[in-house]
Write a protein that binds this ligand. Sequence first.
Ligand code: C2O
Ligand code: CU
Length: 485
Amino acid sequence: MKYTLIVFVLTVSLLVSCKKGNNSSSSTSSTDTSYNTLFIPPTVSGTTFNLTLSKSSKQFFKTGSATTTYGYNGYSFWGPTLIMNKGDNVQMNVTNGLTDTTTVHWHGFHIPAKMDGGPHQKIAPSTTWSPNFEIMNNASTYWYHPHLHEKTLEQLTMGAGGLIIIKDPTEAALNLPRTYGTDDIPLVLTSRRFNSDNSFDLTTHAYGDYELVNGTINPQVNLPKQFVRFRILNAETERAYNLGFSDNRIFYVIGNDGGLLSTPVSVTRLVMGVGERYEIMVNLGKDEIGSSILLKAYNSNQAFGFPGAEPATNGAFGSLLNNKDFQVLKINITASTTNAITTLPTTLVSNTYWKSTDATSSISTAINGGQGGSAFYFDNNYYNYNTINQTIPLNAIVKWTFSGGNIFGHSIHIHDIQFNIVSRSSGAIADYEKGWKDTYFIHLGETVSVVAKFDDFSDTTWPFMYHCHFPNHEDDGLMGQFIVK
Ligand code: C2O
Ligand code: CU
Protein backbone atom coordinates (compact mmCIF):
# COMPACT_ATOMS: atom_id res chain seq x y z
CA MET A 1 0.00 0.00 0.00
CA LYS A 2 2.84 2.42 0.85
CA TYR A 3 4.43 1.88 -2.55
CA THR A 4 1.15 2.51 -4.30
CA LEU A 5 0.73 5.76 -2.42
CA ILE A 6 4.20 6.96 -3.40
CA VAL A 7 3.30 6.27 -7.02
CA PHE A 8 0.08 8.30 -6.59
CA VAL A 9 1.97 11.22 -5.10
CA LEU A 10 4.59 11.15 -7.87
CA THR A 11 1.92 10.98 -10.53
CA VAL A 12 -0.03 13.83 -8.96
CA SER A 13 3.10 16.05 -8.84
CA LEU A 14 3.94 15.16 -12.45
CA LEU A 15 0.45 16.05 -13.57
CA VAL A 16 0.57 19.31 -11.62
CA SER A 17 3.90 20.32 -13.12
CA CYS A 18 2.82 19.40 -16.66
CA LYS A 19 -0.26 21.49 -16.15
CA LYS A 20 1.54 24.77 -15.45
CA GLY A 21 2.70 25.44 -18.98
CA ASN A 22 -0.58 25.26 -20.85
CA ASN A 23 -3.55 25.55 -18.60
CA SER A 24 -6.05 27.80 -20.30
CA SER A 25 -8.48 27.81 -17.38
CA SER A 26 -6.05 28.94 -14.67
CA SER A 27 -6.11 32.60 -15.69
CA THR A 28 -9.84 33.03 -14.97
CA SER A 29 -10.32 35.00 -11.78
CA SER A 30 -12.69 33.97 -9.02
CA THR A 31 -14.91 36.98 -9.72
CA ASP A 32 -15.79 35.81 -13.24
CA THR A 33 -19.37 37.00 -13.65
CA SER A 34 -20.35 34.53 -16.36
CA TYR A 35 -20.52 32.00 -13.55
CA ASN A 36 -23.04 31.67 -10.74
CA THR A 37 -22.03 30.87 -7.18
CA LEU A 38 -22.71 27.21 -6.44
CA PHE A 39 -25.72 26.88 -4.14
CA ILE A 40 -24.94 24.78 -1.07
CA PRO A 41 -28.23 23.49 0.40
CA PRO A 42 -28.42 24.51 4.08
CA THR A 43 -28.41 21.70 6.63
CA VAL A 44 -30.96 20.61 9.21
CA SER A 45 -29.89 18.29 12.02
CA GLY A 46 -31.40 16.74 15.11
CA THR A 47 -33.88 13.92 15.48
CA THR A 48 -37.08 15.62 14.28
CA PHE A 49 -37.19 16.69 10.67
CA ASN A 50 -40.04 18.70 9.24
CA LEU A 51 -40.27 18.88 5.48
CA THR A 52 -42.90 20.75 3.52
CA LEU A 53 -43.00 20.41 -0.23
CA SER A 54 -44.47 23.34 -2.08
CA LYS A 55 -44.47 25.20 -5.33
CA SER A 56 -41.77 27.79 -5.72
CA SER A 57 -39.88 29.59 -8.44
CA LYS A 58 -36.28 30.09 -9.39
CA GLN A 59 -34.46 32.50 -11.69
CA PHE A 60 -32.17 30.11 -13.56
CA PHE A 61 -31.16 32.52 -16.32
CA LYS A 62 -29.92 36.09 -16.06
CA THR A 63 -32.66 37.27 -18.38
CA GLY A 64 -36.26 36.24 -18.94
CA SER A 65 -38.81 34.80 -16.56
CA ALA A 66 -38.30 32.79 -13.44
CA THR A 67 -39.11 29.06 -13.67
CA THR A 68 -41.91 27.50 -11.64
CA THR A 69 -40.30 24.85 -9.43
CA TYR A 70 -40.90 22.67 -6.36
CA GLY A 71 -38.80 22.86 -3.25
CA TYR A 72 -38.90 21.65 0.34
CA ASN A 73 -39.10 24.14 3.22
CA GLY A 74 -39.37 27.19 1.03
CA TYR A 75 -36.27 26.52 -1.06
CA SER A 76 -36.61 27.29 -4.72
CA PHE A 77 -35.25 23.99 -6.05
CA TRP A 78 -34.23 20.88 -4.11
CA GLY A 79 -34.36 20.88 -0.29
CA PRO A 80 -32.24 21.13 2.84
CA THR A 81 -29.52 18.57 3.53
CA LEU A 82 -30.63 16.46 6.50
CA ILE A 83 -27.86 15.42 8.89
CA MET A 84 -28.60 12.28 10.92
CA ASN A 85 -26.60 10.10 13.29
CA LYS A 86 -26.51 6.33 13.08
CA GLY A 87 -28.38 4.89 16.05
CA ASP A 88 -30.74 7.85 16.46
CA ASN A 89 -34.49 7.41 16.32
CA VAL A 90 -35.77 10.06 13.98
CA GLN A 91 -39.23 11.50 13.57
CA MET A 92 -40.00 12.73 10.06
CA ASN A 93 -42.99 15.00 9.38
CA VAL A 94 -43.59 15.48 5.69
CA THR A 95 -46.27 17.96 4.72
CA ASN A 96 -47.60 18.09 1.21
CA GLY A 97 -48.11 21.70 0.21
CA LEU A 98 -48.82 20.83 -3.42
CA THR A 99 -52.22 20.40 -5.01
CA ASP A 100 -51.08 16.95 -6.16
CA THR A 101 -50.41 13.78 -4.13
CA THR A 102 -46.77 12.99 -3.40
CA THR A 103 -44.59 10.58 -1.36
CA VAL A 104 -41.10 10.90 0.08
CA HIS A 105 -38.71 7.97 -0.10
CA TRP A 106 -35.53 7.78 1.99
CA HIS A 107 -33.27 6.38 -0.71
CA GLY A 108 -30.79 3.80 0.61
CA PHE A 109 -32.25 3.52 4.12
CA HIS A 110 -32.71 0.19 5.87
CA ILE A 111 -36.09 0.83 7.55
CA PRO A 112 -39.52 -0.86 7.76
CA ALA A 113 -41.39 -1.00 4.42
CA LYS A 114 -44.23 1.03 5.87
CA MET A 115 -41.85 3.94 6.59
CA ASP A 116 -40.04 3.68 3.26
CA GLY A 117 -42.00 6.34 1.39
CA GLY A 118 -42.50 4.35 -1.77
CA PRO A 119 -45.61 4.54 -3.99
CA HIS A 120 -47.79 3.06 -1.22
CA GLN A 121 -47.14 5.78 1.39
CA LYS A 122 -49.18 8.47 -0.32
CA ILE A 123 -49.36 11.95 1.12
CA ALA A 124 -52.53 13.73 0.00
CA PRO A 125 -52.42 17.51 -0.52
CA SER A 126 -52.47 19.49 2.75
CA THR A 127 -51.75 16.43 4.86
CA THR A 128 -48.68 15.35 6.85
CA TRP A 129 -47.06 11.91 6.84
CA SER A 130 -45.09 11.15 9.99
CA PRO A 131 -42.95 8.03 9.84
CA ASN A 132 -40.31 7.35 12.49
CA PHE A 133 -37.45 4.91 12.39
CA GLU A 134 -34.00 4.12 13.71
CA ILE A 135 -31.03 5.10 11.57
CA MET A 136 -29.23 1.80 10.94
CA ASN A 137 -27.18 2.75 7.87
CA ASN A 138 -23.49 3.51 7.83
CA ALA A 139 -22.14 7.02 7.48
CA SER A 140 -22.61 8.00 3.85
CA THR A 141 -24.63 10.20 1.52
CA TYR A 142 -28.26 9.27 0.92
CA TRP A 143 -31.18 11.24 -0.51
CA TYR A 144 -34.91 11.79 -0.27
CA HIS A 145 -37.23 12.22 -3.21
CA PRO A 146 -40.84 11.72 -4.36
CA HIS A 147 -41.81 8.20 -5.44
CA LEU A 148 -45.46 8.41 -6.44
CA HIS A 149 -46.06 6.00 -9.28
CA GLU A 150 -46.38 7.80 -12.63
CA LYS A 151 -45.51 11.15 -11.00
CA THR A 152 -41.90 10.59 -10.02
CA LEU A 153 -40.44 12.08 -13.19
CA GLU A 154 -42.59 15.20 -12.98
CA GLN A 155 -42.03 15.89 -9.28
CA LEU A 156 -38.28 15.24 -9.49
CA THR A 157 -37.99 17.40 -12.59
CA MET A 158 -39.75 20.25 -10.79
CA GLY A 159 -37.00 20.12 -8.16
CA ALA A 160 -38.32 17.91 -5.33
CA GLY A 161 -35.47 16.09 -3.61
CA GLY A 162 -32.71 16.55 -1.07
CA LEU A 163 -29.59 14.96 0.37
CA ILE A 164 -29.22 13.12 3.66
CA ILE A 165 -25.83 12.76 5.33
CA ILE A 166 -25.56 10.01 7.92
CA LYS A 167 -22.70 10.29 10.41
CA ASP A 168 -21.29 7.53 12.58
CA PRO A 169 -18.36 7.11 15.00
CA THR A 170 -16.29 5.04 12.54
CA GLU A 171 -16.35 7.80 9.95
CA ALA A 172 -15.86 10.47 12.64
CA ALA A 173 -12.65 8.77 13.78
CA LEU A 174 -11.01 9.21 10.37
CA ASN A 175 -9.01 12.24 9.32
CA LEU A 176 -11.39 13.27 6.52
CA PRO A 177 -12.68 16.66 5.38
CA ARG A 178 -16.09 17.14 6.99
CA THR A 179 -16.77 20.85 7.27
CA TYR A 180 -19.92 21.07 5.19
CA GLY A 181 -19.77 23.81 2.58
CA THR A 182 -16.05 24.46 3.20
CA ASP A 183 -14.10 21.27 2.47
CA ASP A 184 -17.05 18.84 2.33
CA ILE A 185 -19.15 19.82 -0.66
CA PRO A 186 -22.41 18.26 -1.87
CA LEU A 187 -22.78 18.08 -5.66
CA VAL A 188 -26.20 17.09 -7.00
CA LEU A 189 -25.84 16.62 -10.74
CA THR A 190 -28.74 16.91 -13.12
CA SER A 191 -29.82 18.78 -16.25
CA ARG A 192 -33.00 20.36 -17.51
CA ARG A 193 -34.59 21.32 -20.78
CA PHE A 194 -36.46 24.62 -20.74
CA ASN A 195 -39.38 25.85 -22.84
CA SER A 196 -39.07 29.27 -24.49
CA ASP A 197 -40.83 30.92 -21.49
CA ASN A 198 -38.15 29.36 -19.18
CA SER A 199 -40.58 26.80 -17.73
CA PHE A 200 -39.26 23.25 -17.38
CA ASP A 201 -40.00 20.94 -20.27
CA LEU A 202 -41.94 18.22 -18.45
CA THR A 203 -42.48 15.91 -21.39
CA THR A 204 -40.60 12.67 -21.02
CA HIS A 205 -37.30 13.73 -22.53
CA ALA A 206 -34.40 11.66 -21.31
CA TYR A 207 -31.89 14.52 -21.20
CA GLY A 208 -31.73 18.18 -20.24
CA ASP A 209 -29.89 20.84 -22.21
CA TYR A 210 -28.45 22.80 -19.27
CA GLU A 211 -26.32 21.28 -16.55
CA LEU A 212 -27.47 22.08 -13.00
CA VAL A 213 -25.33 21.47 -9.91
CA ASN A 214 -27.37 21.87 -6.71
CA GLY A 215 -29.80 23.71 -8.99
CA THR A 216 -27.15 26.23 -10.13
CA ILE A 217 -26.52 26.78 -13.84
CA ASN A 218 -22.86 27.35 -14.82
CA PRO A 219 -21.64 27.13 -11.22
CA GLN A 220 -18.35 28.09 -9.64
CA VAL A 221 -17.16 27.51 -6.10
CA ASN A 222 -14.18 28.76 -4.08
CA LEU A 223 -12.37 25.90 -2.38
CA PRO A 224 -9.36 25.88 -0.07
CA LYS A 225 -5.88 24.73 -1.09
CA GLN A 226 -6.02 21.32 0.64
CA PHE A 227 -7.83 17.99 0.35
CA VAL A 228 -11.50 18.54 -0.39
CA ARG A 229 -14.31 15.98 -0.23
CA PHE A 230 -17.21 15.94 -2.67
CA ARG A 231 -20.42 14.01 -2.04
CA ILE A 232 -21.78 13.48 -5.52
CA LEU A 233 -25.28 12.33 -6.46
CA ASN A 234 -26.42 11.66 -9.99
CA ALA A 235 -30.01 12.99 -9.81
CA GLU A 236 -30.62 12.86 -13.56
CA THR A 237 -33.42 11.38 -15.59
CA GLU A 238 -31.17 9.12 -17.70
CA ARG A 239 -27.74 10.71 -18.18
CA ALA A 240 -24.66 8.95 -16.81
CA TYR A 241 -21.54 11.00 -15.99
CA ASN A 242 -17.95 10.07 -16.77
CA LEU A 243 -16.45 12.52 -14.29
CA GLY A 244 -12.91 13.84 -14.21
CA PHE A 245 -10.87 17.01 -13.73
CA SER A 246 -9.70 19.27 -16.56
CA ASP A 247 -6.00 18.50 -15.91
CA ASN A 248 -6.74 14.77 -15.64
CA ARG A 249 -5.47 14.74 -12.07
CA ILE A 250 -5.90 11.63 -9.99
CA PHE A 251 -8.62 11.74 -7.36
CA TYR A 252 -9.70 9.25 -4.75
CA VAL A 253 -13.03 7.52 -4.34
CA ILE A 254 -13.54 7.04 -0.58
CA GLY A 255 -17.17 5.95 -0.41
CA ASN A 256 -20.16 4.89 -2.40
CA ASP A 257 -23.90 4.52 -1.86
CA GLY A 258 -23.95 2.78 1.51
CA GLY A 259 -20.69 3.72 3.20
CA LEU A 260 -16.96 4.23 3.07
CA LEU A 261 -14.79 1.87 1.04
CA SER A 262 -12.13 -0.22 2.77
CA THR A 263 -9.38 1.88 1.16
CA PRO A 264 -9.40 4.92 -1.13
CA VAL A 265 -9.46 4.01 -4.84
CA SER A 266 -7.42 6.28 -7.14
CA VAL A 267 -8.94 7.14 -10.50
CA THR A 268 -8.88 9.84 -13.17
CA ARG A 269 -12.45 9.05 -14.30
CA LEU A 270 -15.52 7.96 -12.36
CA VAL A 271 -18.70 6.74 -14.06
CA MET A 272 -21.94 7.47 -12.20
CA GLY A 273 -25.36 6.18 -13.21
CA VAL A 274 -28.64 7.73 -12.09
CA GLY A 275 -29.29 7.42 -8.34
CA GLU A 276 -25.72 6.47 -7.45
CA ARG A 277 -23.67 8.41 -4.90
CA TYR A 278 -19.92 8.58 -4.63
CA GLU A 279 -17.74 10.42 -2.16
CA ILE A 280 -14.40 11.51 -3.55
CA MET A 281 -11.38 13.38 -2.23
CA VAL A 282 -9.27 15.59 -4.45
CA ASN A 283 -6.00 17.24 -3.50
CA LEU A 284 -6.05 20.99 -4.17
CA GLY A 285 -2.99 21.45 -1.95
CA LYS A 286 -0.58 21.82 -4.89
CA ASP A 287 -2.74 24.31 -6.80
CA GLU A 288 -1.87 27.98 -6.80
CA ILE A 289 -4.20 30.34 -5.00
CA GLY A 290 -6.18 32.18 -7.68
CA SER A 291 -5.97 29.32 -10.18
CA SER A 292 -8.95 27.25 -11.28
CA ILE A 293 -9.69 23.73 -12.38
CA LEU A 294 -12.84 22.29 -13.86
CA LEU A 295 -14.83 19.24 -12.88
CA LYS A 296 -16.14 17.92 -16.18
CA ALA A 297 -18.26 15.15 -17.63
CA TYR A 298 -16.12 13.43 -20.27
CA ASN A 299 -19.19 12.07 -22.02
CA SER A 300 -18.03 12.25 -25.64
CA ASN A 301 -17.45 9.11 -27.69
CA GLN A 302 -19.16 6.70 -25.31
CA ALA A 303 -20.62 3.54 -26.77
CA PHE A 304 -24.35 3.40 -27.50
CA GLY A 305 -26.11 2.37 -24.29
CA PHE A 306 -24.19 4.92 -22.19
CA PRO A 307 -27.04 7.32 -21.38
CA GLY A 308 -26.21 10.65 -22.99
CA ALA A 309 -23.97 9.22 -25.71
CA GLU A 310 -26.69 9.70 -28.32
CA PRO A 311 -25.51 12.37 -30.74
CA ALA A 312 -28.77 14.26 -31.43
CA THR A 313 -28.96 17.81 -30.06
CA ASN A 314 -32.75 17.71 -29.62
CA GLY A 315 -35.74 15.37 -29.63
CA ALA A 316 -36.67 12.65 -27.15
CA PHE A 317 -33.17 11.14 -26.93
CA GLY A 318 -31.05 14.16 -27.80
CA SER A 319 -29.79 17.22 -25.92
CA LEU A 320 -27.29 20.03 -26.18
CA LEU A 321 -25.05 18.15 -23.71
CA ASN A 322 -25.13 14.76 -25.38
CA ASN A 323 -21.97 13.11 -26.68
CA LYS A 324 -19.88 16.02 -25.35
CA ASP A 325 -17.27 16.75 -22.75
CA PHE A 326 -19.04 19.43 -20.76
CA GLN A 327 -18.30 21.53 -17.72
CA VAL A 328 -19.89 20.56 -14.42
CA LEU A 329 -18.20 22.91 -11.92
CA LYS A 330 -15.49 25.56 -11.95
CA ILE A 331 -13.32 25.37 -8.84
CA ASN A 332 -11.36 28.48 -7.80
CA ILE A 333 -8.51 27.81 -5.40
CA THR A 334 -8.36 29.97 -2.29
CA ALA A 335 -6.17 29.95 0.84
CA SER A 336 -6.20 26.83 2.97
CA THR A 337 -8.24 26.76 6.16
CA THR A 338 -6.88 26.24 9.64
CA ASN A 339 -6.88 22.51 10.43
CA ALA A 340 -6.81 21.70 6.73
CA ILE A 341 -6.77 18.02 5.78
CA THR A 342 -3.50 17.58 3.90
CA THR A 343 -3.23 13.81 3.68
CA LEU A 344 -5.29 10.95 2.39
CA PRO A 345 -5.95 8.08 4.82
CA THR A 346 -4.39 4.81 3.59
CA THR A 347 -7.26 2.74 4.98
CA LEU A 348 -10.84 3.70 5.77
CA VAL A 349 -13.18 1.14 7.28
CA SER A 350 -13.22 -2.62 7.49
CA ASN A 351 -16.07 -4.02 5.42
CA THR A 352 -17.03 -7.67 4.96
CA TYR A 353 -19.19 -7.99 1.87
CA TRP A 354 -21.54 -10.82 0.95
CA LYS A 355 -20.18 -13.29 -1.61
CA SER A 356 -22.07 -15.49 -4.10
CA THR A 357 -21.37 -18.50 -1.90
CA ASP A 358 -23.15 -16.86 1.05
CA ALA A 359 -26.46 -16.80 -0.84
CA THR A 360 -29.30 -18.92 0.56
CA SER A 361 -31.58 -18.20 -2.42
CA SER A 362 -31.60 -16.42 -5.72
CA ILE A 363 -33.86 -14.23 -7.85
CA SER A 364 -33.52 -13.57 -11.57
CA THR A 365 -35.20 -10.54 -13.07
CA ALA A 366 -35.38 -9.89 -16.79
CA ILE A 367 -35.66 -6.46 -18.35
CA ASN A 368 -38.07 -6.56 -21.30
CA GLY A 369 -39.63 -4.11 -23.73
CA GLY A 370 -38.22 -0.86 -25.03
CA GLN A 371 -38.43 -1.76 -28.72
CA GLY A 372 -38.83 1.31 -30.89
CA GLY A 373 -38.94 3.67 -27.89
CA SER A 374 -41.77 1.73 -26.18
CA ALA A 375 -41.87 1.28 -22.38
CA PHE A 376 -39.64 -1.15 -20.50
CA TYR A 377 -40.92 -3.66 -17.92
CA PHE A 378 -39.65 -6.56 -15.79
CA ASP A 379 -40.44 -10.23 -16.34
CA ASN A 380 -43.13 -9.56 -18.95
CA ASN A 381 -45.21 -7.37 -16.63
CA TYR A 382 -45.53 -3.64 -16.24
CA TYR A 383 -45.52 -2.49 -12.62
CA ASN A 384 -48.85 -3.15 -10.94
CA TYR A 385 -49.61 -1.45 -7.64
CA ASN A 386 -51.52 -4.52 -6.42
CA THR A 387 -49.14 -7.27 -7.49
CA ILE A 388 -46.36 -8.59 -5.26
CA ASN A 389 -43.66 -9.76 -7.67
CA GLN A 390 -41.31 -11.40 -5.17
CA THR A 391 -41.63 -12.77 -1.64
CA ILE A 392 -38.35 -12.98 0.25
CA PRO A 393 -38.04 -14.87 3.54
CA LEU A 394 -36.78 -12.71 6.41
CA ASN A 395 -33.02 -13.17 6.84
CA ALA A 396 -32.57 -14.70 3.39
CA ILE A 397 -29.24 -13.90 1.75
CA VAL A 398 -30.28 -13.42 -1.83
CA LYS A 399 -28.26 -13.42 -5.01
CA TRP A 400 -30.30 -11.14 -7.27
CA THR A 401 -29.47 -11.13 -10.97
CA PHE A 402 -30.78 -8.64 -13.52
CA SER A 403 -30.35 -9.29 -17.23
CA GLY A 404 -31.78 -8.83 -20.67
CA GLY A 405 -31.41 -5.10 -21.17
CA ASN A 406 -30.88 -5.56 -24.88
CA ILE A 407 -32.16 -2.14 -25.92
CA PHE A 408 -30.35 0.22 -23.53
CA GLY A 409 -28.52 0.52 -20.18
CA HIS A 410 -30.46 1.14 -16.94
CA SER A 411 -29.90 2.07 -13.29
CA ILE A 412 -31.06 -0.73 -11.02
CA HIS A 413 -32.13 0.17 -7.47
CA ILE A 414 -33.40 -2.18 -4.75
CA HIS A 415 -35.04 -0.76 -1.63
CA ASP A 416 -34.45 -1.97 1.95
CA ILE A 417 -30.92 -3.32 1.62
CA GLN A 418 -27.33 -2.50 0.74
CA PHE A 419 -25.79 -5.12 -1.54
CA ASN A 420 -22.44 -6.14 -2.90
CA ILE A 421 -22.01 -6.50 -6.67
CA VAL A 422 -20.55 -9.97 -7.22
CA SER A 423 -20.46 -10.21 -11.01
CA ARG A 424 -20.76 -8.19 -14.18
CA SER A 425 -20.89 -10.12 -17.43
CA SER A 426 -19.23 -7.20 -19.24
CA GLY A 427 -15.99 -7.72 -17.34
CA ALA A 428 -14.37 -6.63 -14.14
CA ILE A 429 -16.21 -4.78 -11.38
CA ALA A 430 -14.55 -1.38 -10.96
CA ASP A 431 -12.68 -1.11 -7.65
CA TYR A 432 -14.76 1.91 -6.67
CA GLU A 433 -17.93 -0.18 -7.06
CA LYS A 434 -16.68 -2.71 -4.52
CA GLY A 435 -18.61 -1.48 -1.54
CA TRP A 436 -22.08 -1.27 -0.06
CA LYS A 437 -24.41 -0.19 -2.81
CA ASP A 438 -28.14 0.20 -3.40
CA THR A 439 -28.02 1.32 -7.05
CA TYR A 440 -25.87 0.29 -10.00
CA PHE A 441 -25.69 0.91 -13.70
CA ILE A 442 -26.38 -2.14 -15.88
CA HIS A 443 -24.81 -1.80 -19.30
CA LEU A 444 -26.60 -2.60 -22.52
CA GLY A 445 -26.88 -6.40 -22.81
CA GLU A 446 -25.23 -7.05 -19.45
CA THR A 447 -26.07 -9.52 -16.68
CA VAL A 448 -25.25 -8.32 -13.16
CA SER A 449 -25.57 -10.16 -9.84
CA VAL A 450 -25.62 -8.65 -6.36
CA VAL A 451 -25.87 -10.30 -2.95
CA ALA A 452 -27.73 -8.87 0.06
CA LYS A 453 -29.26 -10.02 3.31
CA PHE A 454 -32.92 -9.08 3.82
CA ASP A 455 -32.87 -8.80 7.58
CA ASP A 456 -34.64 -6.92 10.40
CA PHE A 457 -37.90 -5.89 8.74
CA SER A 458 -40.70 -8.21 7.72
CA ASP A 459 -44.16 -7.14 6.75
CA THR A 460 -46.86 -9.22 5.11
CA THR A 461 -48.67 -6.20 3.66
CA TRP A 462 -46.33 -3.38 2.78
CA PRO A 463 -43.90 -3.99 -0.09
CA PHE A 464 -40.50 -2.57 -0.97
CA MET A 465 -39.72 -1.52 -4.55
CA TYR A 466 -37.08 -2.56 -7.05
CA HIS A 467 -36.87 -0.56 -10.24
CA CYS A 468 -34.93 1.28 -12.85
CA HIS A 469 -33.99 4.63 -11.33
CA PHE A 470 -34.54 6.49 -14.59
CA PRO A 471 -37.76 8.14 -13.39
CA ASN A 472 -39.29 7.98 -16.88
CA HIS A 473 -38.64 4.21 -17.10
CA GLU A 474 -39.93 3.70 -13.55
CA ASP A 475 -43.10 5.70 -14.23
CA ASP A 476 -43.67 3.73 -17.42
CA GLY A 477 -43.59 0.44 -15.50
CA LEU A 478 -39.97 -0.75 -15.12
CA MET A 479 -40.61 -1.43 -11.43
CA GLY A 480 -41.59 -4.38 -9.27
CA GLN A 481 -42.25 -4.91 -5.58
CA PHE A 482 -41.30 -7.48 -2.98
CA ILE A 483 -42.38 -8.31 0.52
CA VAL A 484 -40.08 -9.70 3.18
CA LYS A 485 -41.81 -12.19 5.47
CU1 C2O B 1 -34.39 6.62 -5.23
CU2 C2O B 1 -37.12 3.63 -5.46
O1 C2O B 1 -35.82 5.17 -5.29
CU1 CU C 1 -34.26 2.10 -17.26
